[in-house]
Design a protein around this ligand. Structure first.
Ligand code: UDP
Length: 192
């Protein structure tokens, strides 16, 4: 269920399908990697074969930009609903709180993810936040061990793009969490 734009895959699932599929992935112990695709990323990938490959490695490439919807319509595709990175994050937090799953927030400047976590708890009081690490921590073993010890189901990674996506592909196999989403500046937005 993907459409290709200049070589970059984009998933043609709606929000509701994404929520359902990702929760099923968790329950069936499948790993998934979510990346938000916008026209800027597609253009960047034209000049960077590694980035193109990385974006296409993701399980779900969500259509984060009206440019994608227009391109889909023009090429006979079926993508009609924009799914932004932050809305996907909120949808997953809602699902996690409804189904007893936990989330981990990794990234942004010290203190930002804490503030974002308070905002998320206001929105979803039952949400389990398994842990937080800021995005300037350098010790990769410490990051990996802290996340694994917290046993989250979902890890949101806010290191900026494409750094966060490279971090996810480099580490997701050695982590026990199931879902990894690159969320860019979302913690900053939630904390502000
Ligand atoms: N960031 C980080 N570690 C770094 C560099 C950036 O945690 O070494 C964070 C930064 O604090 C910000 C996010 O990554 O919270 C990047 O946000 P931006 O809006 O630039 O990301 P984009 O969505 O544009 O990729």
């Amino acid at each position: 269920m993907k459409e290709k734009f200049l070589g970059v895959d984009v998933s043609n699932y709606t929000y509701d399908q994404l929520k359902k599929n990702i929760m099923t992935d968790i329950n069936e112990h499948r790993k998934s990697f979510i990346v938000a695709i916008n026209p800027e990323k597609i253009l960047q990938a034209q000049k960077d074969a590694d980035l193109l490959h990385l974006l296409n490695t993701a399980t779900y490439q969500i259509p984060d930009g009206v440019g994608i919807l227009i391109a889909s319509r023009m090429t006979g595709g079926t993508i009609r609903e924009r799914v932004t990175g932050i809305d996907m994050l909120l949808a997953l937090c809602e699902q996690a709180s409804l189904h007893g799953k936990s989330v981990f927030l990794y990234g942004a400047k010290p203190g930002v993810a804490e503030k974002a976590s308070h905002r998320l708890k206001e929105m979803y009081p039952d949400l389990k936040i398994a842990g937080i690490i800021d995005g300037y921590e350098k010790d990769q073993d410490h990051i990996k061990d802290t996340i694994n010890q917290a046993k989250p189901d979902i890890v949101f990674v806010a290191l900026g793009s494409p750094r966060q996506e490279y971090w996810i592909v480099d580490h997701m196999e050695e982590m026990d969490a199931k879902v990894f989403q690159g969320v860019g500046g979302s913690f900053d937005v939630l904390s502000g």
